[in-house]
Design a protein around this ligand. Sequence first.
Ligand code: PEP
Length: 255
Amino acid sequence: MGKLIAANWKEHPKTEEEARALFRAVARIKRPRGAEVLVCPPFIYLEGIAAQYGIMETDRRRGLALGAQDVFWAEEGAFTGEIGPKMLRSLGARYVIVGHSERRRFEGETDAAINKKIALALRDGLNVILCVGEGPAVRRKGAAAAKAFVRGQLAKDLRKISLEKKVVIIAYEPIWAIGTGRNDRPEDAREMARFVKSWLVAHKRIARPKFLYGGSVNGANAADYVQLKEVDGALVGGASLKAEEFGRIVNAVKK
Ligand code: PEP
C-alpha cells in the first residue's frame, strides 16, 4: 500500500443516480503514483457501483477500491437490518470502516461490539479501518491524555485479535476535528501516528503498521498530512462528496 485516500460518504447522497455520478467523477481522478483511492458509500450503493465499474474485492492493482462504513459481528442470523462481512465481500467491498465516532455516538456502539466486528471482518477477509480518537474534553487535558484515550480504545477494540497476516489500518480521527473545519495540527497528528504505530508494533507485532489521519481534511491542508512519512493517508468525510476537492486531496500525495 502506498498512501490510501479513503472517502467516507456517510449518509450521502440521497439517490443512487447521484451516487453513481459521484463515483464516476471520483473514478476519473488521475491518481498519482503511490496513491490508492478507497470509496465507502452507503451499503445500498455498493452493488451498483461495483457492477458498473467492474470493481472486485480481489482487485489489488487498479488503485481504486470499495469499502463499507460498517459491518455486523455475525455472518448471518436473526439480526434484523444487519449486514455481515461475506455479504459485503460478495458485493465487491475489500475494506470496512469499523468504530467510526458517529456510530459510537449515535448507535451506542461499544468497544466490545467493535472488537467482535473486527474479529469477524478479518476472519472473513476484509481489510479493516478502525477509527479511534478523543473528544474535546480529553484533548483539552493535553497530548498525554489524548494518547492514553487512544491507547485504551486500541487495547479494547483489538483485544485478543491476532493481526498476523491481517490488515487493520488505524484512522485517527479526533472527534473535535470531524466536520468542524478545525483540523488537527499536523505535528500533533504526526506525534499520534508515532504513538499508535509503536503501540501496534509492541502489542500486536505488526511489522508495518498503517495510520490515516481524518478530521476536516480538504484540498488545501491534505498535503500537510499525507506527505508525512508517519502518515499513510487520510480518511475524508465532507470533502469526499465533491469530486474536484477530493481530487485535490488525492493529488496531495504527489510531492
Ligand atoms: C469522517 O467522519 O470520517 C471525517 C473525517 O469527516 P470530515 O472529513 O468531514 O471531517
